[in-house]
Design a protein around this ligand. Structure first.
Ligand code: ADP
Ligand code: MG
Length: 410
């Protein structure tokens, strides 16, 4: 299932940010720093005494993550630590994320992950100004674990608390990594979300398009599953596709040519299933050709949608000096998808900003950074701020997925 809401549908939701070492045990974890950003030692030399330091906590899905983010003296944001523990192994046997298992794994890991983030950053709670935690959207058990931990730390250490929308974390990441100025266009393509969002300012988002059924990462994962490929599905489909013929199977390009900017991928997934059934028993080459044909159809559909969105963006803001399309989400790792986006951005005269993959997938640094912007804007929360399993970025946008079994991919 996806982590975007309380969906009960199938499909794995596995992060690309998993280090092999993190699979060996629930308690090992991945630590990474973004290259080219200053080390904590640099920061300690440069840090002005007033710089707000933010601890960010992320537990909305299947990663337990914490990070410390601050600003350099010149105002540039800096990641002091970023610790991500993936739960891939806990969920692997079930073919998707099991909410109850996820919540328990978060409970067991969260203290150690927060401690590791503080140690890596070389700071103690006393050095912080803010604790930010994801309050939604996501699986409610995990959200409660992160929210309660964040609130308890804030209350105990006398720090401000900021509740962050997970999608806002993704949406603001290009500002953390590439200092992108408002406004810009964001494409979020993950296991739980496929959205085009106009980012006008902090807390000011317009959803221009979303999926009416499956998210693109979900479609990759389901395609992998039906072809018998192991998890994580997306990267395995891409690997097979490299050996296949994208023209062998004539698959639909969903939504192509439609004026609205929404997506649809479940028909494509069904077409893959029908093609696979017709061609079975499947040889290795058949599987590779199906993967290549699926990936090409998905990339074409995405390119059509994003091309239209870029035209609308350029028309809405004709005078922008540096128009930007930013991507976030695990599917942005896919090379065919990435080059389709590159082509569309170039054709529209727009710069494509793709943050490092480890910051495109779920992480604590994006939550800490969103918390930093919110704190600086005076938007702090009370300790009674609730978690929300469904929480669209653009509250005014009409939900395209109704109530029922599917998650809130709005
Ligand atoms: P979520 O947290 O919503 O599941 P993530 O941002 O963690 O999403 O990304 C995971 C999704 O990205 C999965 O659906 C995975 O299959 C997909 N993905 C990762 N790498 C690739 C790739 N190379 N090609 C296609 N999809 C990919
Ligand atoms: Mg994830």
């Amino acid at each position: 299932m996806s982590c975007a809401g309380d969906s009960q549908s199938g499909g794995a939701s596995l992060s690309g940010a998993v280090h092999p070492a993190s699979r060996s045990s629930r308690f090992t974890h991945l630590r990474f720093r973004v290259p080219d950003l200053p080390s904590p030692a640099d920061l300690n030399r440069a840090r002005p005494p007033t710089a707000p330091l933010v601890l960010g906590i992320e537990t909305s899905c299947d990663e337990t993550a914490a990070a410390v983010v601050g600003r350099m003296a010149d105002g540039a944001p800096v990641i002091l630590s970023n610790v991500v523990l993936s739960q891939v192994e806990e969920h692997a046997a079930f073919g998707g994320v099991v909410p109850e298992i996820a919540a328990r794994a978060h409970v067991e890991a969260i203290d150690g992950i927060v401690r590791a983030a503080l140690v890596d950053a070389g700071v103690s709670l006393r050095d912080l100004s803010v604790v930010a935690a994801t309050l939604g959207p996501g699986l409610v058990g995990g959200l409660i674990v992160g929210a309660m931990t964040g609130k308890a730390l804030a209350a105990g250490a006398g720090l401000a608390f900021v509740g962050v929308n997970h999608l806002e974390g993704h949406a603001l990441t290009p500002r953390l990594t590439d200092a992108v100025a408002y406004p810009y266009l964001l494409l979020l393509v993950s296991g739980g979300h496929t959205q085009i969002v106009l980012v006008k300012g902090l807390g000011a988002y317009e959803r221009w398009g979303t999926t009416i059924d499956d998210a693109l990462g979900e479609a990759f994962d389901k395609t992998a599953k039906l072809l018998g490929l192991p998890v994580p599905g997306g990267p395995n489909v891409e690997r097979r596709a490299a050996m296949g013929d994208p023209r062998r199977f004539a698959l639909p390009r969903p939504m192509r040519g439609e004026a609205r900017l929404d997506f649809s991928f479940s028909g494509l997934k069904t077409a893959v299933r029908q093609a696979a059934t017709a061609a079975s028993p499947l040889s290795e080459q058949d599987v590779a050709d199906l993967c290549a044909s699926f990936q090409a159809a998905a990339a074409d559909s995405l390119a059509d949608r994003i091309g239209r969105a870029l035209a609308r963006f350029r028309a809405a803001y004709p005078d922008l000096a540096d128009p930007v399309l930013a991507v976030a989400g695990g599917v942005a790792a896919n090379r065919a998808i990435r080059s389709a986006l590159d082509r569309e951005a170039q054709a529209a005269g727009v710069r494509l900003v793709a943050p490092p993959l480890l910051l495109c997938t779920d992480n604590g640094a994006m939550i800490a950074y969103a918390g930093l912007e919110r704190f600086e804007a005076g938007r702090v929360d009370g300790l009674d701020a609730p978690v929300r399993s469904r929480w669209p970025l653009d509250e005014a946008a009409t939900p395209l997925i109704g109530f029922g079994r599917r998650g809130a991919k709005a």
